[in-house]
Design a protein around this ligand. Structure first.
Ligand code: ADP
Length: 497
């Protein structure tokens, strides 16, 4: 039996590699940041060669740290920034353009066009996504339209498209395998999540030839083997999943109704909805959950735009904090926010409000308000916004939340976690290992090669770090929520005139 499973975690700002053992322990970890390219306002790119070279470097480094040979690696699992788009020449491996990153807004106009004849509704039904420039489809179309000769070469069968997982698999196998998994495919806006096939009609609408698209497999699946020259042996590449779906799996949310929330710059909430793809009435996305089965589970996904970003704002722009973690001390120094609410709608409001014109609002200020109340107002807002998304998920799915598993940088904040438990009136479970994204990729790969027997064995690895029980009196909770709703109405009203 091999000792380790290797997780390649290809994120938006850095490439990381973690070697896990059978108990799910982090045995070694290596990380390398890479260049963010901003050619114009609102445009974001990465150099695909730098994505690949940084990922390979950390893979080798994490092995070197333990003196581990390639024969000690049971399998590789990949998790990646979702939606980011790479096109490359299938004969030379040369990218035809930089990777267009999920954040890039250059194709917003193309998305607006879809609304004119109602094609946006069709996309929603088939892909589960609300059409947006985030997703890969319009980014592929942009490259084909704007890079000289790209369309002709694509139509001649010379080019390949991939999200970052495909790009890494192709390079790890030295061009032998062009594939992706259900979760990454489900973020391209080209994949019919019900029939589990690339959708001809959407491809035609965006002018995307079928020949450039990868094969699609379950997330836990032996996609191929690394070429022996890459890491020193032929290692099975046995897992691939988008970062948020990998985290859902890493948190062992295998059953219908289980939810995780990642508290990072923004929050990403995913609820496993089992075999049914539930279409949301509240503007949540329907997406495919990671698994090892040909018939996948589905998930509802909602996000909060400003979570940790609000805490960064307090630190860097308002200069109220020296560090993000200092926020806890200020929050705990006061009983409440002295009747004040902060709605950090810096870039509009997402689910369930969906108003891109709403702006940040502070209401209820009195002379008694101090910095402590202000800091607390921003942290409470993270919990209120998360609560709004959770309620929307419950309404859409008819599933009542039993408990919430958390991870991400800001989940370290005990005040925030307790307030979250109080305001949603549910139990919060914070695991010991918060590297859930990489762990999810490792689990998928390890299951596919039999390193772990089944999900039950994996579940035994999940170790609770701390539980936060709801302890707020119902009357107080209702009063606070009512105040929050009024504050949100103020932020929306600001957008009206
Ligand atoms: P990302 O992956 O989006 O970069 P991370 O999971 O690394 O995010 O989390 C970083 C975010 O969490 C930052 O926005 C930071 O402000 C916030 N954060 C980190 N530690 C704390 C803390 N103890 N309390 C509150 N916020 C925190």
């Amino acid at each position: 039996m091999q000792k380790y499973i290797m997780a390649l975690d290809q994120g938006t700002t850095s490439s990381r590699c973690i070697l896990f053992d059978k108990a799910g322990n982090v045995c070694s970890m290596s990380q390398k940041e890479f260049t963010q390219i901003y050619p114009k306002p609102g445009w974001v790119e990465h150099n695909p060669m730098e994505i690949w070279s940084s990922q390979l470097a950390v893979a080798m480094e994490s092995m070197a740290m333990l003196g581990a040979g390639a024969d000690e690696i049971g399998a590789i699992g990949i998790t990646n920034q979702r939606e980011t788009t790479v096109l490359w020449n299938k004969n030379t491996g040369e990218p035809v353009y930089n990777a267009i990153v999920w954040q890039c807004r250059r194709t917003s106009d193309m998305i607006e066009e879809l609304k004119k004849d109602g094609f946006d509704r069709k996309i929603r039904e088939k892909t589960g996504l609300i059409p947006d420039a985030y997703f890969s489809a319009s980014k592929i179309a942009w490259i084909l339209e704007n890079v000289p000769g790209a369309r002709a070469r694509a139509e001649a069968g010379e080019l390949l498209f991939g999200t970052v997982d495909s790009w890494l698999i192709w390079n790890l196998t030295k061009g032998a395998v062009h594939a992706t998994d259900y979760t990454n495919a489900s973020r391209t806006m080209l994949f019919d999540i019900h029939r589990l096939v690339w959708d001809q009609e959407i491809m035609e609408r965006f002018g995307i030839p079928a020949s450039i698209l990868p094969e699609v497999h379950p997330s836990g699946y032996v996609f191929g083997h690394t070429a022996a020259s890459v890491l020193g042996a032929e290692i099975p590449i046995a897992g691939a999943a988008g970062d948020q779906q990998a985290a859902l799996f890493g948190q062992c949310c295998f059953e219908k109704g289980e939810v995780k929330n990642t508290y990072g710059t923004g929050c990403f909430l995913l609820m496993n909805t089992g075999r049914s793809a539930i279409s949301s009435k509240s503007g949540l996305l329907t997406t495919i959950a990671a698994g090892v089965s040909e018939e996948p589970d589905y998930a509802l996904e909602g996000s909060v735009f400003v979570a940790g970003a609000g805490i960064q704002w307090l630190r860097d722009s308002m200069r109220m904090l020296k560090s993000a973690s200092e926020s806890q001390k200020y929050c705990e120094a006061v009983e409440d926010t002295a009747g004040m609410y902060i709605v950090p709608a810096f870039t509009g409001l997402g689910a369930p409000y969906w108003n891109q014109y709403a702006r940040g609002t502070v209401v209820g200020l009195t002379r008694g308000c101090a910095k402590e109340h202000f800091v607390r107002g921003v942290l409470e807002a993270v919990a209120y916004q998360t609560g709004d998304v959770i309620r929307a998920m419950e309404r859409d799915s008819g599933i009542c939340l039993k408990s919430l598993k958390v991870d991400g940088g800001a989940s370290a904040n005990d005040f925030l976690m307790q307030f979250q438990a109080d305001i949603v009136d549910t139990q919060i479970q914070r695991p010991k290992c918060i590297e859930t994204t990489a762990l999810g990729a490792a689990y998928l790969a390890g299951l596919a090669v039999g390193y772990w027997k089944d999900r039950e064995e994996i579940r035994e690895n999940w170790q609770l770090g701390k539980v936060f029980e709801s302890a707020m009196e119902e009357g107080r909770r209702q009063r606070l929520l009512k105040g929050w709703q009024r504050a949100v109405r103020c932020a929306l009203m600001w957008a009206e005139e």
